[in-house]
Design a protein around this ligand. Structure first.
Ligand code: ATP
Length: 117
């Protein structure tokens, strides 16, 4: 198959993000979290380093959510019936999102703490 031009690959990836926004509730909630963080970054006048930290952890959660959904979709194609191996794959994939979300919450507390108190 011929490789699509760069702009086409880019448009495909953007349409993937829009699909997540339209279809996945967890992703919608995480986007709300990002919007709240953007508001706090401006309102509390975070410095460049703290802003970068908050943006990195927020986008890391969103990116892992996308990879988790991709793993779930592959599993559903490969094995639509109940399968103990699929359960493990889906559970560990979801575990990655939970771990990064925990790291993001800890980072948020550590960063915002000094601006609020
Ligand atoms: N084919 C299957 N075989 C075994 N267990 C499954 C299967 N499909 C789903 N599960 C179990 O149900 C859970 C939820 O899977 P589902 O595909 O519904 O994802 P989801 O509700 O979109 O989850 P998430 O909130 O992580 O995105 C999995 O973590 C797994 O434990």
């Amino acid at each position: 198959m011929r490789k699509p031009p760069f702009y086409k690959s880019f448009l495909n990836s953007i349409s993937g993000v829009f699909w997540m926004l339209k279809s996945e509730r967890n992703f919608q909630l995480e986007i709300l979290g990002l919007i709240l963080n953007l508001f706090l970054i401006v309102f509390l006048k975070l410095n460049a380093t703290d802003t970068a930290l908050i943006l990195i952890v927020s986008f890391a959660v969103l990116s892992l959510e996308i990879l988790n959904t991709a793993a779930e979709k592959i599993c559903d194609v490969v094995q639509p019936e109940f399968d103990e191996r699929i359960k493990i794959i889906k559970d560990i994939s979801a575990g990655a999102v939970v771990l990064m979300s925990f790291a993001a919450i800890c980072t948020g507390i550590l960063v915002y703490w000094k601006y609020i108190f």
